[in-house]
Ligand binder design. Structure first.
Ligand code: SAM
Length: 278
């Protein structure tokens, strides 16, 4: 269960605007580091959401996948989408940091855009205890020679990679939900992972690009469900956000604003993917 986004609500619209991204990197790095072809690999998708990554891996010939999520709605959608695939080991409704699986069960454990949902900000602790516990669990359920994959955003990516966070005025608060990448690398190394590599694909956008670039679309509540940053904002911040968009529209400056933001996004990117070999 996310500590701030209601995924039972979001599960109905998530697939309208979100797709699996960086599949070439994901498949390339996991096959290279594990030394196994995809068809012999066993993957745990922790925080699988509606199963977009799972489905793409299955389409690419993955051997076996376990899908786990804390939201019944998200997992139900994942189950419906992947019902006809033969390589599903299990769908598991469970809440991180626990991973209710035996030791050394998987070749790959992946967390795609999940870790920033874990800490409870009402009791926010900058040591990120739940994230640390989650990664300890991931290491436990990973086979020797297996790989942990974390797809997340750095604080600079939160600041410069998304046009809407600064307009919403949440950047400085929201960025702290994302465990700092140097900390993640250190925790993975302390857990015994030998190789820890991180990659930024600057061209990758988390949302469907036609939606991301539709600034006026953000006046609609459905559009704003596309990114959990909006569920971090207060009603007043959302109201201010909409007013700023309307003002830019009236001044005919939306395109210039977006073009300027794109320069920054293409410099910093939106996401960082970490691969750690046990
Ligand atoms: C941004 S979505 C990412 C979904 C999927 N990995 C993807 O990239 O399309 C975050 C997912 O993490 C799940 N999640 C958040 N906190 C969780 C927790 N404590 N335990 C299990 N799942 C959690 C949510 O239910 C949601 O499906």
């Amino acid at each position: 269960m996310s500590s701030f986004t209601n995924y039972e609500d979001v599960s109905n619209s998530y697939d309208v605007y979100r797709r699996a991204g960086n599949m070439d990197l994901l498949i390339g790095m996991t096959t290279q580091l594990t030394g196994k072809p995809l068809k012999e690999m066993s993957v745990l998708d922790a925080g699988c959401g509606t199963g977009n990554y799972a489905q793409s891996l299955l389409d690419a010939g993955l051997g076996r996948i376990t899908m786990m999520d804390g939201s019944d709605g998200m997992l139900t959608t994942a189950r419906m989408k992947t019902a006809n695939y033969k390589s599903i080991a299990e769908y598991r409704l469970a809440r991180l940091p626990q991973l209710p699986f035996p030791d050394e069960s998987f070749d790959v454990v992946m967390f795609n855009q999940v870790l920033h949902h874990l800490e409870d900000t009402s009791k926010f602790d900058s040591r990120y205890p739940i994230v640390r516990e989650t990664l300890a669990e991931a290491t436990r359920v990973l086979k020797k020679g297996g790989v942990i994959v974390i797809d997340t955003s750095t604080h600079n990516q939160v600041k410069h990679g998304f046009w809407f966070y600064p307009v919403l005025g949440i950047t400085e608060v929201y960025k702290h939900r994302f465990p700092p990448v140097p900390m993640l690398r250190e925790v993975l190394k302390n857990n015994g992972c030998s190789t820890v590599q991180s990659y930024v694909q600057t061209e990758r956008v988390l949302m469907d690009y036609s939606m991301y670039s539709d600034i006026e679309g953000s006046l609609q509540p459905t559009w704003r469900r596309a990114d959990s940053g909006f569920s971090q904002a207060t009603p007043e911040q959302i109201q201010w956000f909409c007013q700023k968009i309307i003002n830019m529209k009236n001044e005919n400056t939306l395109k210039a604003f977006f073009d300027e933001c794109e320069q920054e996004r293409l410099t910093f990117g939106q996401t960082t993917t970490i691969f750690a070999l046990k």
